[in-house]
Design a protein around this ligand. Structure first.
Ligand SMILES: NC(=O)C1=CN([C@@H]2O[C@H](COP(=O)(O)OP(=O)(O)OC[C@H]3O[C@@H](n4cnc5c(N)ncnc54)[C@H](OP(=O)(O)O)[C@@H]3O)[C@@H](O)[C@H]2O)C=CC1
Ligand SMILES: O=C(CO)COP(=O)(O)O
Ligand SMILES: [Zn+2]
Length: 355
């Protein structure tokens, strides 16, 4: 019988979280600590395989795992989850690792949940807050879903690797964290208008992470390992907030729906966190809040604040604004039953996302 962990009563958190320079080398110790033995399946991408995937395999084999097999991912879809599950069964995996991007981590997370196997998260970039969360964002039949999953049993975030990644990724991670502000405003809104459960503690934790990133915007710089450490900790904290809430509500609202809509509509979407950052500017305007502060902070960090900087044509921004409310109809936000075309254009122009 499946255990229902999909509620605010059941908070699943990672057990071992390692953040720091060279912590990847400690992966064998983590496995010993967690009594993980047998065959590992490394879920990774074609780029991140060379950045960390192969090294993880070698380290696991020298630490005494029977074997470490690899499966390559290319899309965060239901079909890819099934592909990872098949591979895990074929190699008789006893635990899985997601090594790389948000996509690889989500696929390993959901496949391991369904197979009831432990899972370790090894991010190679601080670009998203799925690093430590108990959620997986998966496209199922063309629909973006936020699936309940297990939290990783361990997170190994090597800041030597993360700070060497293109700075764009770290800036995107900041966008994903700053978006907490509008996500929590939407959550409060849904609580008032729809009597939805609102978790004050998860909301406060989420706001705090966004505040820290905005306050430190001047000091978040490329190749500074201290910047990577700060952002990774905020991303882990966001995962904890989602686990405490029992949903992605503290970290995903109307700005995320705008980003998910862009993923569907734009011919070449930007990074998740970049799109969420731009979405936050516009949704903060709709909430009547200080959207200029959000814009300034993203600009200081070096994250995109316009359609042009996202590399997305204005018309797709408008289209995504018009469709965003229908992405998760069950998730009530400031978008309500949708913007009309003139309101969509107005919000994008006033906030300087398009000109
Ligand atoms: N579960 C959750 O709670 C959350 C999930 N998400 C999801 O995570 C995804 C976004 O993650 P994100 O990582 O931004 O984007 P992607 O998963 O789309 O990965 C973007 C690219 O980054 C590459 N990459 C990763 N690390 C490095 C590096 N060090 N150097 C060079 N390239 C690198 C990846 O390579 P490769 O091809 O090798 O993978 C990939 O091509 C979305 O699917 C989003 O929905 C986001 C937030 C929360
Ligand atoms: O991206 C997330 C939080 O940053 C959560 O994802 P969903 O929008 O899929 O719930
Ligand atoms: Zn996000």
């Amino acid at each position: 019988m499946t255990i229902n962990k999909n509620s605010a009563k059941w908070m699943q958190l990672p057990r071992d979280v390692l953040v720091g320079h060279g912590v990847l080398e400690e992966i064998g110790d983590v496995c010993r600590d967690l009594k993980l033995k047998g065959n590992a399946l490394i879920v990774t991408g074609s780029t991140t395989k060379n950045i960390a995937g192969k090294r993880v395999g070698n380290l696991l084999e020298s630490a005494g795992c029977c074997s470490a097999e690899t499966v390559l991912t290319c899309k965060a879809t239901k079909e890819e989850v099934e592909k990872v599950m098949e591979k895990a069964l074929e190699v008789e995996a006893t635990f899985l690792l997601g090594v790389g991007s948000g996509r690889s981590i989500d696929l390993a997370k959901l496949a391991s949940t369904r197979l009831e196997l432990p899972f370790i998260s090894v991010p190679t970039a601080a670009s998203h807050d799925g690093i430590a969360s108990s959620r997986a964002s998966i496209v199922d039949n063309g629909i973006s879903t936020s699936a309940q999953a297990q939290a990783p049993i361990a997170v190994i975030a090597d800041t030597e690797i993360i700070s060497a990644a293109p700075f764009r990724f770290l800036a995107a991670g900041c966008g994903d964290i700053i978006s907490n502000y509008t996500a929590v405003l939407d959550w409060e809104f849904a609580s008032r208008l729809r009597n939805e459960y609102f978790g004050a503690y998860a909301a406060a934790l989420s706001r705090m992470a966004a505040r820290v990133i905005i306050d430190c915007a001047d000091s978040i710089k490329p190749e500074h390992e201290t910047s990577a450490r700060l952002v990774v900790k905020a991303l882990v904290s966001n995962g904890v907030a989602m686990s405490i809430a029992g949903s992605s509500r503290p970290a995903s609202g109307s700005e995320h729906m705008f980003s998910h809509a862009l993923d569907k509509i734009a011919p070449k979407p930007a990074l998740h966190g970049e799109q969420c950052g731009v979405g936050t500017i516009m949704m903060m305007y709709l909430h009547g809040g200080n959207w200029q502060e959000i814009r300034e902070a993203l600009k200081k960090i070096g994250a995109p604040v316009t359609a042009e900087e996202l590399g997305i044509e204005d018309k797709y921004i408008i289209e995504a604004l018009l469709h965003a409310h229908s992405i998760r109809p069950e998730r009530y936000t400031i978008l309500g039953s949708g913007l009309n075309p003139s309101a969509a254009e107005k919000v994008a122009r006033i906030t300087k996302v398009i000109n």
